[in-house]
Design a protein around this ligand. Structure first.
Ligand code: ADP
Ligand code: ADP
Ligand code: ZN
Length: 220
């Protein structure tokens, strides 16, 4: 099963994608994570993307489509993929359909995570992750069980993203509404859209997505 998690920055896509990966054996493909890895590695893609990401704008379609095209041919993607943060433009959505069709595959469903704009700013400004395993946390909504120690791997090293600041968040939200939100209508028309209330607690959102995936699994 191949699904897309669609929603604005801070909606909870990464959080839910990791949980689905753990529970259902699907592979999380986050273009944001891949681009940050490319920036950290200093690769050509990373050099092209860094300033754009810091400014909160979208990296060019050909770059992200190239990253996804290289990744989805790897054997671990056979069981199914959760696309997290991709596609973000109609051009990317078309390219993804073509890439999958070329392998006899398709998108089985698009989970739209609905979250109010004023909540997004709070979610993004309180976000941090474990520097070792990548587990996501939040200053108020998701703290480690023992302060300063990662629940997953025991590391005491945490980090915050350079682009998670009030200025950049506005640019990112604008990019979302201009370029990504049209995908909601696109997938609605294709009959794939499955809206979920992203305002609920993390566990409730997981249950809601899980129910959606159960239905998709039965029909697909
Ligand atoms: P996205 O990948 O959509 O940008 P994240 O999954 O990184 O969003 O979530 C943004 C922040 O909000 C993180 O700090 C995360 O711990 C927190 N968060 C995620 N889902 C919820 C939720 N349902 N309620 C409260 N906080 C949440
Ligand atoms: P968010 O928390 O905003 O969902 P991501 O980790 O998904 O953040 O993305 C971080 C940044 O990486 C984006 O602001 C953008 O610059 C770049 N990026 C990630 N995915 C894409 C994509 N599919 N198309 C263009 N740019 C992307
Ligand atoms: Zn960890």
């Amino acid at each position: 099963m191949n699904i897309i998690l669609l929603g604005p920055p801070g909606a909870g896509k990464g959080t839910q994608a990791r949980l689905i990966e753990e529970r259902r054996g699907l592979v999380q493909l986050s273009t944001g994570d891949m681009l940050r890895a490319a920036v950290a590695a200093g690769s050509e893609v990373g050099k092209r993307a860094k300033a754009i990401m810091d400014a909160g704008k979208l990296v060019p379609d050909d770059v992200v489509i190239g990253i996804i095209a290289d990744r989805i041919v790897k054997p671990d993607c056979k069981t199914g993929v959760i696309f997290d943060g991709f596609p973000r433009t109609l051009v990317q959505a078309d390219a993804l359909d073509k890439l999958l069709a070329g392998k006899g595959l398709k998108i089985d469903g698009v989970v739209e995570m609905r979250v109010d704009d004023d909540v997004l700013v709070d979610r993004i400004s309180g976000r941090y992750t474990c520097a070792k395993c990548g587990e996501g946390y939040h200053d108020t909504h998701k703290r480690p069980a023992k302060a300063g120690i990662c629940d997953k791997c025991g590391s005491t090293d945490f980090k915050r993203r350079a682009d998670d600041n009030a200025d950049t968040v506005r640019t990112r939200l604008l990019a979302y509404y201009k370029e990504t939100a049209p995908l909601i209508g696109y997938y609605y028309c294709k009959g794939s859209l499955r809206p979920v209330d992203g305002m609920a607690g993390i566990d409730e959102v997981t249950s809601a997505i899980s129910s959606v995936l159960d239905v998709l699994g039965r029909s697909g």
